[in-house]
Design a protein around this ligand. Structure first.
Ligand code: RIB
Length: 276
């Protein structure tokens, strides 16, 4: 069974709740403020571990209480953290998240240490091999993501790119991925910039997913049971990578990923029991 190497962000999510999102220039009052574990990279690592894979997290936190607590949390979940650098001059990344009554969110990320993830994170990718899966998203420097994908592909490691938040990757990177995972909106941006890659998995929310013509239906969640959609896409990607690393075919891996995405909207925060 292969391992899942997740290269990406670790954020403290500062979350408040509103009746409705403010318009530009408007102030609304939020209810409550929680500090939760987040960041697309770590969310995906936690989901991959929950799906049963052996997981290595690669990234960076600041040398602060939040960063130390986060590394301890991941270790407690059985995720290897040797690849998480502790950077003395940077704060741990922080995301400001506002969730409305329907569970829909807006997110602004202050990258902090995530913005400094460089080649030192790639040693573990150089030591990986066939059967392993490298899973990346785009909340760390694109140059590091690109080099990681190139090294992984040369070593026979399967590369999964979640192109979120959307950014144009160098044209030679996307063909290395199997698959590139995007939502509908990101798929449009991708088509307009780099063109569509040969292995493309598009998620359509309640309308399911399409992976190069292989369609799978979403696992429906009654609106009354949707608590918070934050991190649902990350849960999908983490579980998908886990399934692929465990040798599952596309259909089975998609099924596990869709179930994980549906489960993620039923709990507050981007990870289960996410309080930091
Ligand atoms: O995808 C959800 C995540 O996006 C949040 O946890 C937040 O930290 C941002 O990275």
């Amino acid at each position: 069974m292969g391992r899942v190497l997740v290269l990406g962000s670790l954020n403290v999510d500062l979350v408040t709740h509103v009746d409705r999102h403010p318009q530009p220039g408007e102030t609304v009052l939020g209810e409550g403020l929680e500090r939760l574990a987040g960041g697309k990279g770590a969310n995906q690592a936690v989901a991959a571990a929950a799906a049963g894979a052996e997981v290595l997290m690669l990234g960076a936190v600041g040398d602060d209480d939040a960063g130390r607590a986060y590394v301890d949390r991941l270790r407690g979940l059985g995720i290897a953290t040797e690849g998480v650098a502790v950077l003395p001059d940077q704060p741990t990344g922080t995301a400001l998240i506002v969730v409305d009554e329907a569970g829909e969110n807006t997110i602004v990320v202050a990258a902090g240490a995530n913005g400094q993830v460089g080649d030192e994170a790639l040693g573990l990718v150089e030591a990986a091999g066939p059967g392993d899966v490298l899973l990346v998203q785009l909340e760390i420097p694109l140059a590091t993501v690109s080099r990681a994908c190139t090294i992984a592909a040369l070593r026979g490691v399967r590369v999964v790119v979640n192109a979120a938040p959307y950014a144009a990757l160098p044209a030679d990177v996307l063909p290395l991925a199997d698959p590139v995972v995007v939502n509908e909106h990101e798929a449009r941006l991708l088509a307009e910039s780099s063109g569509l890659p040969s292995s493309l998995l598009v998620t359509f929310g309640a309308d399911g997913v399409d992976w190069n013509g292989l369609r799978a239906s979403a696992v429906s969640v009654p609106p009354a049971e949707v608590v918070d959609t934050t991190g649902a896409g990350d849960a999908f990607c983490g579980a998908l990578a886990a399934g692929l690393a465990m040798g599952q075919g596309h259909e089975e891996a998609l099924g596990g990923a869709l179930s994980a995405g549906a489960a993620a909207v039923r709990h507050p925060g981007a990870q289960p029991d996410a309080r930091l």
